[in-house]
Design a protein around this ligand. Structure first.
Ligand code: ATP
Length: 202
């Protein structure tokens, strides 16, 4: 009998870090597009910890739950608590070290918007960051998608459908009494309303 060795394909996992205050459809469309174009098995959303020097970031538990609600319907989307449970300010290198430790068998792809990518070289332990994950820089309205100066092997770029949405704009809209329907998933609109988030007097 001839034995056929089937090469095992390594798992391909996307990691999407963000404050997600709140998560919005720009995040979800970008993650979904990368998942499909890069044939990722899973995209892990990782809400950041609570920066103690920043007063105005919503409690991690709320941001985590909104992220869970927003991603629940997509079987390829999951949410990790690593940054929230570690506490303090989040550095991408720590996020990637923790995800790498829990998923040693996988290739990691860190998804980052054009605005965040522009600051990568200032990140903590940026040299280690490249060895932990391949970077995928996605387009974002109002920001130039530039990856020159970054290691060629370490970064890819991808044009994603342009949604000019930011969490800052969503928070401002809620605080001024404007709707955020269709900018964030319906369940997130309901969560924001139920917990009185982003009201100027909350
Ligand atoms: P804020 O307005 O509070 O700064 P944000 O909208 O930029 O928030 P973050 O949670 O900081 O959202 O973003 C997480 C990641 O998602 C970042 O890499 C960011 O560049 C990317 N991103 C955010 N919004 C978009 C968008 N509309 N299109 C593409 N990428 C986005």
């Amino acid at each position: 009998m001839v034995e056929v060795e089937v090469a095992q394909r390594r798992a391909r996992i996307g990691v999407m870090g963000g404050t997600f205050d709140p998560i919005h459809n720009g995040h979800l469309v970008a993650a979904s597009e990368v998942q499909q174009k890069f044939d990722l098995d899973e995209v892990i959303f990782v809400p950041t910890g609570e920066p103690w020097m920043k007063q105005d970031v919503t409690e991690g538990e709320h941001r985590y739950l909104m992220t869970v609600i927003a991603t629940a319907a997509n079987p390829r989307f999951t949410v990790s608590r690593v940054d929230i449970d570690r506490g303090g300010p989040t550095y991408t290198v720590d996020t990637l070290r923790d995800i790498r430790a829990s998923r040693p068998e996988a290739d990691l792809f860190f998804i980052s918007g054009a605005d965040a990518v522009a600051q990568i070289l200032d990140w903590k332990d940026v040299g280690d960051v490249w060895s932990l994950a391949h970077f995928i820089a996605v387009s974002r309205p109002g920001h130039t998608l530039a990856i020159s100066g970054l290691p060629e092997q370490g970064v890819s770029s991808l044009e994603v459908p342009a949604l000019a949405i930011s969490s800052t704009d969503c928070r401002n809209r809620v605080s001024r009494g404007f709707p955020v329907w269709y900018l964030v998933p319906d369940g997130v609109v309901q969560y924001i309303s139920k917990h009185h988030l982003y009201r100027s007097n909350s």
